[in-house]
Every structure is written in structure tokens, then in C-alpha cells.
Design a protein around this ligand. Structure first.
Ligand SMILES: Cc1cc2nc3c(=O)[nH]c(=O)nc-3n(C[C@H](O)[C@H](O)[C@H](O)COP(=O)(O)OP(=O)(O)OC[C@H]3O[C@@H](n4cnc5c(N)ncnc54)[C@H](O)[C@@H]3O)c2cc1C
Length: 378
């Protein structure tokens, strides 16, 4: 399904990762965030927002390109770097690109694609994560403005973001029907990011709370129609989930390749680890599972490019990928013995970071709820 142009794109992203990302990941993990210059450099190289229209700096490319970008970035040895960029391209901007006005696209989408600004998606709240329809952050109309009050939690890129795509309640008491999506610049008075959260995973990705205290934005900052925010966000989640799987898959492939090399180099009881049948079977199991994830990912990429609804497929994909990622990363660490627990060895970092896919962007349990519902079981 990929032609020569896709392959050339893959090669350039791969080379970029080797030369400009991997050598710095330890430093970025230690400081707790990826520097702004990485967004800028990716923008210069034409890697950001490839699926978006060329009118705003994108390439109007099919979803295979964003999949390849996430996959190759996922191999960089520090998944947090890939996550920050993926938020910019596949999580915070799909609704803006599809439903945003010309003003919003020019003012926010174009600089995001250029890497001149950093953005975040702000849906989750301290008291509501899985139950998106229960969010409490509200925007109240006041003349030609909306005034936003509330708190958002776990916001990736939160301490560095220049603008946020924020899901809020615009009509109280109407469940998912009373919600809207806004673009909110972080320079808006009343918008305050909290401290960088100290996480057990993804140390190169900054995550924070964001407080909105009478933050006023003009009505031009509403994406699409008032009251359609939940629907837009559910659409947007499909791209988020596919991107999250692609970057996890890149990590799995890297883990597998590093482990494959290790078992030939490392001797135990007078022969390489690879000479033990149990090792070969573990490797065979892992590559089989990785290939299944890849096949289903490509199906979702194709569906995304065709513009058909892939909610059920991507939910199944994310669920199984999250479970597989943990198992495979753990097995790779096991095969490395003690070295597998030292962060200098990349497998240790992939193992450390393997938990997030089953939580972020909708937990495994929520994926099961979606799948069961779409199978007609409620
Ligand atoms: C590192 C990190 C980065 C993140 N980045 C962002 C971001 O950029 N933007 C953003 O908006 N959010 C972000 N999130 C938030 C993430 O999407 C939420 O953590 C996730 O949706 C789960 O919500 P919660 O943490 O409130 O858990 P809860 O919703 O409180 O769930 C707790 C547990 O209960 C289970 N549960 C809940 N409801 C049901 C049910 N109906 N049936 C069965 N089980 C159920 C859940 O599966 C989970 O196991 C991030 C989170 C992390 C950890």
C-alpha cells in the first residue's frame, strides 16, 4: 500500500531520528521536556501536519504519511518526544483543520504545521477522564466573547503550549449535546498552566494541569458550530488513537530489533541466548504479535485515507496494541536480564513507557465499551 514516495518519506524521517533526535533523548528525559526547537525543525522538514491542506502549509497527503511519521518517531528511544509532536499533528488539530473557520486555520493551524507554535488538546479534567460527557469546564457567552472557567488535567505539552484546543460545556445540563470546542491562546489572561507533573513514564513529554479563570476569547475562537464539540472530539479521537498506536508500534519494532541483536551477542552457559529454543520461541511469538498490530494499523490507515468511519477498528486496534505492547516490552526486558532495567538500554525505556497506551486517549475499558456498543451490546 506504500509507494516509493512513502518509502522516501520513511527514509528521511528515519535519518532525522538517528541524527537529530536519538542522540539527545537522555538529556531531554533528564530535563523533563522536549525543547521547542524540535517542533520548529520538524516543521522546516515538512514533517508536521502532512495530511492537512497545502493552503496552510501541509502536503495534502494520505494518512499513510502521518502513520509513517509516528511510527519512525516512535523508534527514537524516548516515546515522549514522539507524543508531543503527535499531539500537535493528530490530536489537537484534526477538528481545527476540518471544522475550523478560515480565520482559525490561518491563525493557528498554519503556524502549528510550520512548527512555529506548540499546541495541546485539553479534554480531561481532574474529576472526569473516561466520562467525557461529564466535563465541567464551561464557556459562557458574554457579548461577542465567551468566558471560560474550569480546570483541565494531564495536558500533554501543557507547560509549553501556545494554544489549546479545549472541550467545554456551553449549555448546562444537556450532556454531550451541550459541548463545544474552542481554540484558546495560552497568552489569554486567566489561562494558567500548573507545574510539570512528575510521571512514572514519558519523561521527555511535559504534562500539566491548566486552570481557566475567567479566560475570555472572542466568538471567532469557536471551532465549527456551538454544541457540536463532543461530536468533533469523538471524530478527532480516532486520529489520536491511530497515531498513538503507530508510535507504540514503532517502539515495539525497535524493542524487537534491539532484542534480536542482543540474543545473538549475549552468551549464557557457553552459547548465545539465541541458541536456546525458548528464546527463539519468545522472539517468534513477539514478531507474530507485532505483525498483527501492523496489519490492523494499515487497515485503519486505509480507512482513514478513504474517509470512512474507523471508530470500531481503531478501538479494537488500540485495545490489543496496548495489551501487546506491555507483554512484548516486558519480554524484551526479560531477555536483556539486568541490563534491561538500565535506562541506557532503550528496552528499559520502552518497558517503562508501555503502560500509557492503555490509559491515555481512552482506557482499555473504554475501548471495550465502544466495541461492545458497536457490536449492538448495551
Ligand atoms: C501521560 C498522560 C498524558 C495525557 N495527555 C492528555 C492530553 O494531552 N489531553 C487530555 O485531554 N487528556 C490527556 N490525558 C488523560 C487521559 O486521556 C485520561 O487519563 C484517560 O482518559 C482516563 O481518565 P482518568 O485518568 O480520569 O481515569 P478514570 O476515568 O477515572 O478511570 C479510572 C479507571 O476506571 C475505569 N473506568 C472508567 N469508566 C469505566 C466504565 N464505564 N467501565 C469500566 N471501567 C471504567 C477506567 O478504565 C480506569 O481504569 C493524559 C493522561 C496521561 C496519563
Amino acid at each position: 500500500m506504500f509507494d516509493n514516495e512513502h518509502k522516501m518519506f520513511k527514509k528521511s524521517v528515519g535519518e532525522f531520528v538517528e541524527k537529530e533526535i536519538r542522540p539527545h533523548t537522555e538529556e531531554w528525559e533528564a530535563q523533563g521536556f522536549t525543547p521547542r526547537s524540535v517542533w520548529k525543525r520538524c516543521g522546516e522538514l515538512g514533517f508536521l501536519g502532512v495530511t492537512y491542506s497545502s493552503e496552510y502549509g501541509g502536503s495534502g497527503a494520505d494518512h499513510g504519511y502521518s502513520y509513517i511519521f509516528n511510527l519512525e518517531m516512535g523508534k527514537c528511544g524516548s516515546p515522549g518526544v514522539a507524543l508531543g509532536l503527535s499531539v500537535q499533528c493528530d490530536m489537537a488539530t484534526p477538528a481545527l483543520a476540518k471544522h475550523g473557520s478560515e480565520f482559525l486555520r490561518k491563525a493557528y493551524l498554519a503556524p502549528a504545521i510550520a512548527g512555529d507554535v506548540i499546541c495541546s488538546i485539553a479534554v480531561s479534567e481532574p474529576d472526569h477522564g473516561s466520562d467525557v460527557a461529564a466535563i465541567e469546564t464551561k464557556a459562557v457567552k458574554d457579548g461577542d466573547d465567551y468566558v471560560i472557567n474550569g480546570r483541565k488535567m494531564w495536558i500533554t505539552n501543557g507547560t509549553q503550549a501556545d494554544f489549546l484546543t479545549v472541550l467545554v460545556r456551553t449549555t448546562p445540563g444537556t450532556g454531550y449535546q451541550g459541548m463545544s470546542l474552542f481554540i484558546v491562546p495560552t497568552t489569554t489572561p486567566g489561562v494558567t498552566p500548573g507545574k510539570r507533573l512528575k510521571k512514572t513514564c514519558f519523561p521527555s513529554s511535559d504534562t500539566s494541569e491548566i486552570v481557566f479563570d475567567n479566560a475570555r476569547v472572542s466568538k471567532e475562537h469557536l471551532i465549527g458550530q456551538e454544541g457540536k464539540g463532543f461530536v468533533y472530539q469523538m471524530e478527532q479521537f480516532q486520529f489520536e488513537r491511530l497515531a498513538a498506536v503507530a508510535l507504540a508500534l514503532g517502539g515495539l519494532k525497535r524493542c524487537y530489533e534491539l532484542t534480536k541483536k542482543y540474543i545473538f551477542d549475549r552468551n549464557a552457559f557457553g552459547r548465545p541466548l539465541s541458541a536456546h529454543q525458548v528464546t527463539r520461541h519468545k522472539m517468534a511469538q513477539m514478531i507474530s504479535e507485532i505483525s498483527m498490530i501492523e496489519a490492523m494499523s494499515l487497515k485503519c490507515v486505509q480507512m482513514a485515507s478513504l474517509g470512512v468511519d474507523f471508530t470500531k477498528d481503531v478501538s479494537m486496534l488500540k485495545l490489543i496494541a496496548a495489551q501487546t505492547q506491555q507483554r512484548v516490552a516486558e519480554e524484551c526486558v526479560q531477555l536483556h536480564g539486568g541490563y534491561g532495567l538500565i535506562t541506557e538500554f532503550e528496552v528499559a525505556r520502552y518497558f517503562r513507557d508501555a503502560k500509557l497506551l492503555g490509559i491515555g486517549g481512552g482506557t482499555n475499558e473504554i475501548m471495550k465499551e465502544i466495541i461492545a456498543k458497536m457490536e449492538g451490546m448495551e
